[in-house]
Design a protein around this ligand. Structure first.
Ligand SMILES: [Zn+2]
Length: 427
């Protein structure tokens, strides 16, 4: 009886894993980006039999492939899943499921859950916890290129990259006082990558050519040029600050820092138009991001498909969601901000707080440990602008007639409160 069943399964497996490809997705059989690392599928071998069928399905359907996934890419059977490695060769990776949920954690992880941290008497609540702080963007002379800079009249400019570094430095002091071992992914307003935009002109031409632009313009006419995305300069700048920079940060996090948790620090904004005459809006909000919600078009790229599976199998989600939910609650309470509601379809709400979304960002995808990505405050909201202009201070000051702490301390203190609450409860 076993053998008949086995043969049916084997037939289904061969059918599933060897059947022909569809021409519609075959065209997308390449990497997402000229700087992407080709996937190393062998690295997933260590996850054989570490996850049950039901758990794999749950994570795939509710967190990672929430927009659906073609069976040209992943096929799930009762005992195993087949994942497409190379379309042309029709090479598939077979992941065997565990028969039942095992108690032990997946093999060879470089990070620890709150539960697996050593207990230390009398040390702080975060003792031994390795936290890497990732201040979003580069700032400094790169802030305008990154489109993270605006200025009102003769007031000092608002530069997200400098604000996030300031938050990181204040946060580091508080976390260390509680026993955490804190490292920085970026320590100054300089790129972490050794490359500069000019190094990516060739790659930029490749990207434009792939998009149908054979003879692209070299430069664009300022930030309002509607065709700037079709120029070599714009593409090489994007490859520099969004790709090369974040990929270099990922190498640092994964190879050198190896933290238990990365906090990606940002300030949010709504479209402000002209950087020297920004539009101000009434909206102000908060949200936190974890990795997930891959679009089908993203999963068609071999690198993103591999990286999604590596994240799913590392089981970082359950840890990062609990951290994000706890910290979201303390941030919402201290900041008195409503949750941001996305108008795009590239996110999926996860958890129950209403503040946490899954989204496929390069950083949350490539850092190989739990990652929580913070997006509080709308910088071009007039109250937030007033608070940023007031800077850091002790106690409270009147902002539009209401006594408020410094925006930096409110950010830092609410994150610390949430982390303390989580680790006190979970350790
Ligand atoms: Zn940001």
């Amino acid at each position: 009886m076993i053998s008949r069943h086995f043969h049916q399964r084997l037939f289904l497996f061969l059918y599933l894993c060897l059947s022909s490809r569809s021409p519609s997705v075959a065209a997308a059989d390449h990497l997402s980006n000229p700087l992407a690392d080709p996937p190393k599928w062998k690295l997933l071998e260590k996850y054989q039999r570490t996850i049950t069928h039901d758990e794999f399905e749950r994570l795939l359907r509710t967190v990672y492939a929430t927009h659906g996934i073609s069976d040209e890419l992943i096929r799930i059977d009762r005992d195993f899943a087949c994942i497409l490695m190379e379309r042309d060769a029709q090479a598939w990776f077979t992941l065997r499921f565990a028969k039942e949920e095992k108690r032990q954690e997946p093999a060879n992880r470089n990070w620890r859950t709150a539960k697996s941290l050593p207990r230390q008497k009398r040390a702080g609540v975060l003792s031994g916890l390795k936290i890497a702080l990732d201040p979003g963007h580069i700032g400094g002379e790169w802030a305008k290129m990154e489109e993270r800079w605006f200025k009102m009249g003769d007031r000092p400019p608002v530069e997200e990259g400098e604000m996030t570094l300031r938050v990181a430095k204040m946060l580091a002091a508080k976390l260390r006082a509680l026993g955490a071992r804190v490292s920085f992914v970026r320590q100054k307003n300089e790129p972490v990558t050794p490359f500069r935009p000019d190094d990516f002109k060739g790659a930029a031409r490749e990207v434009l050519k792939a998009g149908g632009s054979e003879n692209p313009r070299e430069d664009f006419d300022g930030p309002d040029d509607p065709l700037k995305e079709k120029t070599v300069r714009w593409q090489s700048e994007i490859l520099f600050y969004r790709n090369s920079e974040i990929r270099q940060r990922a190498r640092l996090v994964n190879a050198r820092l190896q933290p238990d948790l990365v906090l990606c620090l940002h300030f949010n904004a709504e479209a402000w138009g002209d950087e020297r005459n920004p539009t101000f809006i009434d909206k102000n909000h908060l949200h936190l991001l974890v990795n997930g919600s891959y679009l089908e078009s993203e999963l068609a790229f071999a690198d993103e498909r591999f990286e999604m599976l590596r994240r799913l199998l590392s089981r970082a989600f359950d840890e990062e969601l609990k951290i994000a939910e706890t910290v979201a609650a303390t941030m919402a309470k201290e900041m008195q901000l409503p949750p941001y509601q996305y108008t795009t379809d590239n996110v999926t709400k996860v958890g129950t707080s209403g503040y946490v979304y899954a989204r496929n960002l390069v950083a949350t995808r490539l850092y190989q440990c739990p990652v929580v990505y913070f997006e509080p405050y709308v910088m071009n909201n007039s109250e937030v602008f007033a608070r940023v202009q007031t800077g850091d201070y002790d106690g409270t000051r009147p902002i539009n007639g209401v006594e408020r702490p410094s925006i930096y301390r409110e950010y830092v203190d609410s994150v610390v409160k949430g982390l303390v609450e989580y680790y006190r409860g979970a350790r």
